[in-house]
Write a protein that binds this ligand. Sequence first.
Ligand code: MRU
Length: 371
Amino acid sequence: MKVNNVHTRTLVPAPEARAVDIIDQTALPHEYRVLRLTTLEDAAHAIRSMQVRGAPLIGVTAAYGLALALQQNPDDATLASAVATLATTRPTAVNLHWALAHMQARLLPLDPGERADAAWQEAGAIAEEDAAQCRRIGEHGKALLRPLAEKRGHLNIMTHCNAGWLATVDFGTALAPVYAAFDSGIDVHVWVSETRPRNQGLLTAWELMQHGVPHTLFADNAAGWLLERKGANAIDAVIVGADRIAANGDVANKVGTYLKALAAHEAVVPFLVAAPRSTIDFDCASGMEIPIEERSGDELRVVRGLTGEVDSSGQPGSPGSLRQLPPDEQVANPAFDITPARFVTAIITERGSAPATAEGLRKLYPEDRHA
Ligand code: MRU
């Protein structure tokens, strides 16, 4: 997608240097910073610290992390320990484990001498497939949104967290239908949930701004009221991404998603989930089995932003942080929650959309072994 009108991806391999350049998402939206990853530890740190984030991008970064490790040493022990290091970075997004299993299946049978090149190619193939699948999610999602737009002449979409191109290699998942609809001339307005405590909604607002898509940011707690509105400002649909979809259609996504699903259900507003195949875990029978990441309490105790007022020349303050709670304040910080399948209107994938049921997912992926 575009940054200052220049086509940009979240992760760009630098083959000549056997390195990977990423956009540091911990600095956005206040600062646009590119970091170069050259080692396995760089890649693992980028995932843990959320310099890269979003389920599909976590998977692709892990694949390149393996490639970076095998540049150093392609033997079995290195491969196994690199997989172990990456597999423990973040627990909820299944794309991480999907990518590692995919890479291992490709690399293990190979002679160690062939692994470094093969790993680089395979990671590149996973990245290209992710971008292609997200583009198709955009098209299938647009097909679902068009009738809603035709009914009212414009479209109000609510979203939570960031499931745009910043969370993938390109195009995004939940935002891909929004971009596709906007680019096809549909009058779209996006209602963006701030998504405390890490404020991924600010990333969504930033990328929508870059693409020129009208949007409004709101406090997470305002979602119920916004969904109850009728008339011109009524919300036509909620679209979110996913970190893991169980075989029965239950969905793990950023904490706060479940509350929006409940409010959308009550307000009879379609609740759509967009995700590629790599986010569907057919070995996981239901949401109960999905591990939920608990992150540091400091994500609540400390707020990041620009310190100080905008100065006389209009220059905003400098990036910094503000402590709002004492270090010993008891804090709970689950990073994700589970939306039961019964609150999901449809799942949009690269193969089309389907009801959030075992049957629906089986129809989309008949070749996959089902739990
Ligand atoms: O903690 P994050 O920012 O990695 O959480 C991201 C989300 O929950 C996204 O909605 C999900 O990964 C889908 S990204 C296309």
